[in-house]
Write a protein that binds this ligand. Structure first.
Ligand SMILES: NC(=O)c1ccc[n+]([C@@H]2O[C@H](COP(=O)([O-])OP(=O)(O)OC[C@H]3O[C@@H](n4cnc5c(N)ncnc54)[C@H](OP(=O)(O)O)[C@@H]3O)[C@@H](O)[C@H]2O)c1
Length: 270
């Protein structure tokens, strides 16, 4: 039986992925900040092959302790870095505490957990590291603030690791969602300055052309499963969701400069 270790498994994509892998008879190490929350505990522990562990990825000591405890008991095949924090603000208004939280979670958190797993994967000469990035890590979306930096940074780090870990037969992959119907909050997102309203509306329309057809967490989980079980060891990027796939594909086809002009044209009605 294969084993997957998931961060941020309390809700959304992480939880849907935990359930899907459990249904596929994988052993699932579902980690979350608060495993004692009743509702989450009940739903996930109804699967016999799911084990819950506490993990706040901004806590370096807990990362080391939890990963070490898990690796004493389980031969983990796949690390799924999925936990994330979102913020939205006009660039000049970005709040110091939110910026630090964002970087601490999305970049440093991902680094801490990955660092803790690399010696294990190197020792067994195999393993997969799948990380949830974002379309915000593939194109600049206005008002994403430091979240954009985080997700671009993580995409870049994954590409770097794709090469650095290749000699050890460790596969590095990214799951790239656009908009997924989860409880994911972009902190500060409720108070957009008036001067950006029309551009935000256009961005929303661009990312969600049909509000009745937004990807759900189960679909993202299916793509996470496909990424992990894909025979193509060399593929890194797995975009999930119809709109995100179309946007990503367009950028690939027309190239970076042309894509930037295209999106600026959409925002400015040119
Ligand atoms: N939903 C979207 O539209 C979308 C789009 C692009 C990318 N993403 C990415 O998808 C990933 C999953 O998000 P989601 O959409 O499934 O939203 P979600 O339901 O809010 O899930 C986020 C998860 O991250 C966890 N988390 C946050 N900070 C953490 C920390 N310090 N340590 C451990 N866990 C932490 C949350 O745990 P708690 O329950 O403890 O808060 C929660 O389980 C994130 O990386 C996000 O950036 C989402």
């Amino acid at each position: 039986m294969n084993t997957i270790f998931i961060t941020g498994a309390s809700s959304g994509i992480g939880k849907a992925t935990a359930k899907l892998f459990a249904e596929k008879n994988w052993t699932v190490i579902a980690t979350m900040r608060n495993p004692s929350k009743e509702a989450e505990l009940g739903e996930l522990t109804s699967y016999k092959n799911v084990a819950l562990y506490p993990l706040d990825i901004t806590n370096p000591t807990q990362v080391k302790e939890t990963v070490s405890t898990v690796l004493k008991q389980f031969n983990v095949d796949v690390l799924f870095n999925n936990a994330g924090y979102g913020m939205k603000a006009r660039f000049e208004d970005m709040d110091e505490a939110m910026m630090k939280k964002s970087i601490d979670t999305n970049i440093l958190g991902m680094i801490r957990v990955t660092q803790a797993f690399i010696p294990h994967f190197k020792a067994r000469k195999s393993g997969t590291i799948l990380t949830t990035t974002s379309l915000a890590g593939e194109m600049g979306l206005i008002l994403d603030g430091v979240y954009a930096a985080d997700k671009w940074a993580v995409t870049g780090m994954c590409e770097m690791l794709y090469f650095e870990l290749a000699p050890f037969n460790i596969r590095v992959k990214t799951l790239v969602p656009g908009v997924v119907k989860t409880g994911f909050k972009m902190e500060g997102g409720g108070t957009m300055p008036e001067e950006y309203k029309e551009y935000v509306d256009k961005q929303v329309q661009f990312l969600m052309p049909d509000l009745n057809d937004i990807e759900d967490a189960q679909e993202a989980a299916q793509d996470a499963y496909f990424a992990v079980t894909d025979d193509d060891d060399d593929r890194m990027t797995y975009v999930t969701g119809k709109t995100a796939k179309a946007v990503w594909q367009k950028r690939q086809e027309i190239g970076d400069e042309a894509f930037r002009k295209y999106y600026k044209g959409i925002l400015l009605n040119k």
